[in-house]
Design a binder for this molecule. Structure first.
Ligand SMILES: C[S@@+](CC[C@H](N)C(=O)[O-])C[C@H]1O[C@@H](n2cnc3c(N)ncnc32)[C@H](O)[C@@H]1O
Length: 199
């Protein structure tokens, strides 16, 4: 993800699934480094509290203690959160309205891992990924794990983010799986999940 963020230099990262906020803080930190590089190139002073780059997180349940920790983090000025289901129409509309203010958008999907939910997220948010940017779909590896790994989950082999990616790509030639990333990583939670937008 660090290499992708450096390559794309997004001004907006959209993430479904916040949980404790780990990936939000990671993304915000990467954006802060991009801002710092911009400032150095421009010969300007870097003020870490000022940024036009943002991470937008969506979660159906942002727990009070997680929200408090994220909002008090030094990266908080770069983070915006929406509480609601990522596939609710009102949430999708809010995300599209916010994304309209940005030009280089990276999308990361890491919420409910069922086929149906991820396919709905792909339909809602993959179109927001800019040309040459990516829609990264996490936990596609569920397809490659034994079914017994997920006894108490609605997802498993045959019903997971990877099957949703395969379905989505049948009618979306503007995206392709970038296998170079998974081949380089050797171990990843997102095999077939790095979708590059071609046009
Ligand atoms: C795997 S965790 C996210 C982890 C986070 N991306 C990270 O790496 O730090 C999944 C999250 O998805 C959220 N979630 C589940 N169903 C959802 C839905 N329908 N819409 C949005 N978020 C959902 C859960 O509440 C949970 O916090």
């Amino acid at each position: 993800m660090q290499e992708l963020i450096w390559q794309i230099k997004p001004d907006l990262i959209i993430e479904t699934g916040i949980a404790h906020g780990g990936s939000l803080i990671f993304s915000a930190s990467m954006l802060a480094q991009l801002d710092m590089c911009d400032a150095i190139e421009a010969g300007a002073t870097f003020d870490p509290s000022v940024s036009s780059r943002k991470v937008l997180g969506i979660d159906i349940d942002i727990r009070a203690h997680n929200r408090a920790a994220i909002e008090s983090h030094p990266m908080a000025s770069r983070i915006q959160m929406i509480q609601g289901s990522s596939i609710a129409q009102g949430v999708i509309e809010q995300v599209h309205a916010i994304a309209a203010n940005y030009s280089r958008v990276l999308v990361c999907l890491d919420s409910n891992h069922t086929h149906e939910h991820v396919l709905a997220e792909l339909n809602a948010y993959a179109p927001l990924a800019s040309k040459d940017s990516y829609c990264v779909v996490f936990d596609t590896l569920i397809e490659d794990m034994p079914a017994e790994m997920f006894p108490d989950r609605p997802w498993g082999p045959g019903n997971n983010p990877k099957t949703a990616v395969w379905e989505y790509l049948k009618s979306h030639p503007e995206f392709e799986i970038d296998k170079t990333i998974q081949n380089k990583l050797l171990i990843t939670v997102a095999p077939d999940g790095y979708l590059r937008r071609l046009d």
